[in-house]
Ligand binder design. Structure first.
Ligand code: MRU
Length: 350
């Protein structure tokens, strides 16, 4: 087992024989339980409720959701065609709006059916498997590419959860952190809590703790103070959608980290597979930002913290302008000082 394999022991999405098992991320870190999905509707609901979450992981789960539905069609003696699967694909696609990986994965599944393969179910299974395997390979590669930017002994701040739980394994920003730590480039990680769903506190702290990577939790509101202290040289985050000009949608709070990072001469890195890049969206302001139930802000762990009758506004992503990003790392390569022409070059569009 390589040193990096030791830092990659969690799998959030596992398919076998007509059952998709997803690690229930609502229950972590204290309860490790898997939820079983048997059809596309159950997968869509698991995505909507954040049982499975993180841009690459929801794309992978949706691809397997299409496979589950195709199996049910075949078992009922119906032909597995694009028309027959379409309503399930639409339902999966509607589960969450911001991460483009969902639509990207489903477009790949549609393209398989459009080729009218002799055995559509086998072809869909092979495609879902490829989507999952390619994501893991991309993460390993991005880990190497991203870690190359770090000086030995760096401090880094990350936000939300971008690890094995959010991907096929290893992670995007957390993959760079895993690779950077294994190479001695990272001395200390700081993880923001990530209110209101606490992906940083509940999930990133759990993942890095299991891997024995030194991590300290901070309140989201402590980030600027941390940067001014000189303890971090990099902010490293993932992405849910990167527009053609490099503007990046990610977990709410990312934008203010980028502003604070520029103010304190801390470098800002976005790490995401190419499946998160949406060249059809010109700029960040064109990205739909998911608004979730205000109730998520009104209580903590089921205990009400705000007076009855109070209202709240709960956007769960924001957009960081490309000009605040020092480098975007994808498996195709890294773009320093991203802009539309650099993005188009990497996309093979210029
Ligand atoms: O609402 P979530 O938990 O799905 O949001 C996740 C994020 O914002 C991640 O940073 C992003 O999806 C990248 S995960 C590799």
């Amino acid at each position: 087992m390589s040193r990096l394999d030791l830092h990659d022991t969690i799998r959030a999405v596992v398919y076998s024989d007509g059952v998709l098992r997803v690690l229930d991320q609502r229950e972590l870190p204290f309860v490790e339980t898997q939820l079983e999905c048997h059809d596309a509707g159950e997968v869509a609901e698991a995505i909507r409720l954040l049982v499975v979450r993180g841009a690459p992981a929801i794309g992978i789960a949706a691809a397997w959701g299409a496979v589950l539905e195709a199996r049910l069609l075949q078992a009922a003696g119906s032909a597995v065609t694009q028309a027959a699967l379409e309503s399930a694909l639409v339902r999966l696609n509607a589960a969450r709006p911001t991460a483009v990986n969902l639509a990207w994965a489903l477009a790949r599944m549609r393209a398989v059916l459009a080729r009218a393969p002799a055995d559509p179910l086998a072809a869909l299974e092979a495609e879902a498997r490829a989507i999952q395997d390619e994501d893991l390979a991309a993460n390993r590669h991005m880990g190497e590419l991203g870690a190359a930017f770090l000086a030995n002994g760096s401090g880094v701040l990350t936000h939300c959860n971008t690890g094995s739980l959010a991907t096929a394994g290893f992670g995007t920003a957390l993959g760079v952190i895993r690779a950077g730590y294994a190479k001695g480039k990272i001395e200390q990680v700081y993880a923001g809590e990530t209110r209101p769903w606490l992906q940083g506190a509940r999930l990133t702290m759990w993942e890095l703790g299991r891997d024995r990577i030194p991590v300290k939790l901070i309140a989201d509101s402590a980030a600027s103070h941390l940067m001014r202290s000189g303890a971090v040289q990099w902010v490293i985050v993932g992405a849910d959608r990167i527009a053609a000009n490099g503007d990046t949608a990610n977990k709410i709070g990312t934008y203010q980290l980028a502003i604070a990072a520029r103010r304190h001469a801390v470098k800002f890195m976005v790490v995401a597979p190419w499946s998160t890049v949406d060249m059809a969206t010109r700029q960040g302001s064109d990205i739909e930002i998911e608004l979730r139930d205000p109730g998520e802000l009104l209580s903590i762990a089921g205990k009400r913290t705000v007076v009855e009758g109070a209202d709240a506004w709960n956007p769960v992503f924001d957009v960081t302008p490309a000009e605040l990003i020092d480098v975007i790392v994808t498996e195709r390569g890294a773009i320093e000082r991203p802009d539309e022409s650099a993005m188009r070059r990497l996309a093979g569009q210029s």
